[in-house]
Design a protein around this ligand. Sequence first.
Ligand code: TPP
Ligand code: MG
Length: 273
Amino acid sequence: MTPAPTSVAARAHEIRRLVVEMALAAGSCHIGSALSIADILAVLYGGVLRDLHGRPDGSSGDRFVLSKGHAASALYAALATVDILDPHDVVAGYSQDGGAYAGHPERTTPGVTTSSGSLGHGPALALGLALADREDGTGRRTVCLVGDGELNEGSVWEAIALAGHLALPELVLVVDANGWQGLGAVADVTDLEPLDAKLAAFRWDVATVDGHDLDALGTTLAAAAPRPRAVIARTVKGSGLDFMEDTFMSHYRSLRPADRERALASLERRRAA
Ligand SMILES: Cc1ncc(C[n+]2csc(CCOP(=O)(O)OP(=O)(O)O)c2C)c(N)n1
Ligand SMILES: [Mg+2]
């Protein structure tokens, strides 16, 4: 059994390493999308999400909704760093015929709150969960992570409008603002900047943060607000693999066995930096 990481930085490295191992074993894509959120997940699963293994009364703790479900490998990796999933199982079973860990998350998997993959649905689901928690007085928070391209889905803005109207402090929306989506640069497809002003206009509390600065992420993601809170995380797609960083092809390119050495070497350089 791999020992649990002892620091947020070690957790981030382990998430990246597992994502790369999953990509190598499966020969599948979306690796850039998964690496883009490795640091965000390391911070969330390293202490921001409370009671990950449940509360003493048997109820569940804070919830996490991965709306950009194509980055499922990063979620499985994060769950493996907190002993909810087994790291060897996720590498063996990710995106394989008959494997236990689908290319997009399924809510039957331990630690997965909602199924996702069809973009645009997570924020409304998270809003419903947060509203239920408010009604039940559970004190739980629900954190939902969306892609910046995913913000092109109109359903996202319906949820944002309603959460602002309801002033739901139980809801946190993290935007993985890596500047890329499936068909090109976000700015070229449908430019939604300035995002902070738009979210604030919907009565959200808004913060912008470097999505790879672990300390800044920790402070920003843990902060409470009297309203729903949006954290715009400025990230680099493919972060950690220097031959893929900030490239369109990091969305589609698969790692081949021949890439193994340079991929792991790049992660080591990133860890040492
Ligand atoms: C409703 C829907 N339309 C299209 C897709 C196909 N698709 C998968 S990933 C992706 C790009 C998403 O871009 P972004 O949200 O910025 O995520 P990133 O890959 O940059 O992390 C698209 C269009 C989908 N999964 N769901
Ligand atoms: Mg994107």
